[in-house]
Design a protein around this ligand. Structure first.
Ligand code: ATP
Ligand code: MG
Length: 148
């Protein structure tokens, strides 16, 4: 799991402001997750990408936390960035929805995350305060399917 996060951060290193972000990565030892690697990667990658994209310009801080839970893992991606307005809370998971006019993305990231989690029978929630930041919390259960 640590190397998954390191690989993602490495792949995102050319994003604007990447170099000024203070990253904090906390990952439980002894983590084990039986799940589809591609789906897990897309969840981590899109949430981390957003945390970097929508982070605070002054003192950006991004925290990535992964903990073991009884039948899987909990991932939290925490930023101190722009936040998500109450009015658009229900829309951010929609296909092609972009909440910030200056977003250069295609509005697919959270749609992909939501779909990946549906496939894995996981869940996603977030808490956000405009101007303060956003915390996404994801639960991913171990897959029952032995082939994964
Ligand atoms: N960590 C975050 N902080 C603030 N706003 C966010 C955050 N994550 C997502 N959003 C808001 O939710 C919208 C939808 O996010 P999503 O990842 O689906 O699309 P995107 O980032 O605009 O484009 P893409 O992911 O395709 O590059 C974003 O445009 C942004 O307004
Ligand atoms: Mg995105």
């Amino acid at each position: 799991m640590m190397s998954l996060v390191q690989d993602i951060l490495h792949s995102l290193r050319h994003l604007p402001d990447f170099g000024s972000i203070n990253f904090e990565v906390k990952i439980d030892h002894l983590l084990e997750l039986k799940a589809d690697k591609v789906l897990v990667l897309s969840v981590f990658q899109n949430l981390i990408h957003n945390a970097i994209n929508y982070c605070n310009q002054d003192r950006p801080h991004v925290k990535i936390k992964v903990e073991k839970e009884s039948n899987g893992i909990v991932l939290q991606v925490i930023d101190n960035g722009l936040g998500i307005q109450e009015a658009i809370r229900d829309r951010v998971f929609e296909m092609f929805y972009r909440g910030h006019p200056d977003s250069t993305g295609s509005g697919l990231g959270l749609f992909i995350v939501k779909n990946a989690l549906e496939k894995m029978k996981g869940t996603i929630n977030f808490e956000s305060e405009v101007g303060k930041g956003t915390t996404f919390t994801v639960h991913i259960p171990n897959a029952r399917n032995e082939h994964i």
